[in-house]
Design a protein around this ligand. Sequence first.
Ligand code: FES
Length: 105
Amino acid sequence: MPQIIFIQPDGERLSVEADSGITAMEAARANGVAGIDADCSGACACATCHVHVAEEWSAAVGGPNDEERDILEFADEVGATSRLSCQIVLDDAMDGLVLVVPAIA
Ligand code: FES
């Protein structure tokens, strides 16, 4: 059961335990993580679940596919490690994963 760390724009850290096989968005929503609205419920269609993957986790998590990249164009504060958290499927190897929630514009 990986532990995922969400960091808010003000630096607040929230560690949540998540089952392997669910998405980072689902873990965030289940634990009340602010800033992960997930308006489309994980359909890769809204970009309201945007996060920045911490640099040290970027290679392990991987980058977005073409569909996700298209949706990310609608997000604010997109950076080199931006992902839609609904497209990050968690596994045990992601224990300690750090995801940074962008500031809401
Ligand atoms: Fe809508 Fe992720 S929840 S794109």
